[in-house]
Design a protein around this ligand. Structure first.
Ligand code: AMP
Ligand code: GLY
Length: 444
């Protein structure tokens, strides 16, 4: 089968790396890809915003499955336009992608389906939002409704801060994403991510992860797309995974089908765990980046038939096998990220760094210039390692980082600190795959 992968980040390199191992794969195309993906796939300069051009490419190259990595093409309806031309797609329709594309949509769905989440209200003008705010407890969370590249959320400690966030949002700080906003209760606890494949009716749990969103050590500094991640999340016990499926994922799948927008693809639930109970913070409708890099290193089964079964509504027959060994990804970013940074600086030592068979170096923002690999983005590499425990995975990843010669780059030095600390407390937590719940077997 020929596959077209859409995207060019570390997530897509990890997906490409895993797809490439499939005996079912013939040609792997990637648009646009990056220097790492180019070593294992045919990178093509398609305009992903031109849905007809993507469809023509798929017909010309006899593409049997399109795998869409990032959220923007999903929210723009690429899946709908390809499926309308008979092309199979892994990734939700435009209607189903609202789970990520509109925070208000997701909150309303949670309210209808009784899914545990922060209490909230939706607004489309500042005066009403401020009137509501006046009666709320602090801290309080203000969110632009639409896709705002991770920048649309303000956790306000004071009413003045909250009012400023409301004014910024309605003042156009997030463009169209900010014409509506959600004000919600601040949740306390520990965050974790839960991933499930969903084929419209049936959900198959994948694995759990935790990421580090802040730029600097000690979880300080500005928010980023993610400076590192590991899987599994030790806090996600088997019981918590079971409850997440039963109380959050499965009601969502049913509610989406009932609404006439069945969800197909990967559902990424951002959770807050407090007192042993999961609450939904938000949904993403794609794999996490860099969570995907850690997940792919733990997945033993062939990825391609699972993605195809998701697209074809046959997930009930799929079983996936996971390594009990944890995996951890350290992101190397260009100095200055998430602010302004330089492009075009040279990265050396990648081959030496990748010599450990437990290490995979996934490229994110890179390009090739002759024999040289150059930085070409903010997040540039995802140095990912597996180990018998999280401490070993962490040590292997950082040993590889140390071999990479890139003075213009930086990384955090404490990725996985929480899991390492927890592992020191109890060697029980890390490891097992998520058990499948009865509905996950397709009985629903
Ligand atoms: P989101 O874009 O909705 O994932 O929000 C980004 C980050 O803001 C989350 O990963 C949380 O760390 C934080 N956050 C969002 N909503 C809440 C909430 N209701 N309570 C506490 N923290 C939140
Ligand atoms: N690492 C967070 C995300 O992919 O949204």
């Amino acid at each position: 089968m020929n596959v077209l992968l859409i995207g060019g980040g570390g997530r897509e390199h990890a997906l490409a790396w895993k797809l490439k191992q499939s005996p079912l794969l013939d040609m792997l195309y990637c648009a646009p890809g990056n220097a790492g993906i180019a070593e294992i796939a045919d990178c093509v300069a398609l305009d992903v915003g031109d849905h007809d051009a993507v469809a023509s490419f798929c017909k010309d190259k006899q593409v049997g499955l399109v795998v869409i990595g990032p959220e923007a093409p999903l929210v723009a309806g690429l899946t709908d336009d390809l499926e309308a031309q008979g092309i199979k797609v892994f990734g939700p329709s435009k209607g189903a992608a609202q789970l990520e594309g509109s925070k208000g949509f997701t909150k309303d769905l949670c309210a209808r389906a009784g899914i545990p989440t922060a209490s909230y209200a939706r607004f489309s003008d500042a005066a009403a939002a401020k009137a509501y705010l006046a009666a709320q407890k602090l801290p309080i969370v203000i969110k632009a409704d639409g896709l705002a590249a991770g920048k649309g959320v303000t956790i306000a400690a004071t009413r003045a801060e909250a009012e400023a966030a409301i004014d910024a949002c309605f003042g156009g700080a997030f463009g169209d994403a900010g014409t509506e906003l959600v004000i919600e209760e601040f949740l306390r606890g520990e965050e974790a991510s839960f991933f499930a494949l969903v084929d419209g009716r049936c959900a198959l749990p994948l694995a759990t992860a935790q990421d580090h969103k802040r730029a600097y050590d000690g979880d300080r500094g500005p928010n980023t797309g993610g400076m590192g991640a590991y899987s599994p999340a030790p806090i996600m016990t088997g019981e918590l995974c079971r409850r997440t499926m039963l109380e959050i994922i499965e009601p969502t799948v049913l509610a989406m089908a009932d609404a006439g927008t069945p969800f197909k693809g990967v559902l990424y639930a951002g959770l807050m765990i407090e007192d042993g109970a999961p609450k939904l913070i938000e949904y993403n409708v794609r794999f996490g980046d860099p969570e995907c890099q850690a997940l792919m290193l733990r997945l033993k089964s062939d990825l391609l038939p699972a993605l195809l079964a998701t697209a074809e509504g046959r997930l009930a027959s799929v079983e996936l096998e996971w390594s009990g060994d944890p995996a951890l990804c350290v992101v190397m970013a260009a100095k200055g990220y998430p602010g302004a940074y330089a492009k075009g600086t040279e990265i050396r030592g990648l081959d030496a760094a990748a010599r450990n068979p437990d290490v995979q170096i996934f490229h994110a923002g890179t390009k090739r210039n002759g024999d040289r690999i150059l930085a070409d983005g903010g997040r540039v590499l995802g140095v990912t390692a597996r180990g018998r425990d999280i401490r070993e995975a962490q040590a292997s990843a950082y040993a590889a980082v140390d071999k990479i010669e890139w003075p213009e780059g930086f990384c955090r030095h404490d990725i996985g600190w929480r899991a390492v600390a927890r592992e020191a407390e109890s060697s029980e937590a890390a490891g097992s795959a998520v058990p499948r719940s009865p509905l996950g077997r397709g009985s629903g």
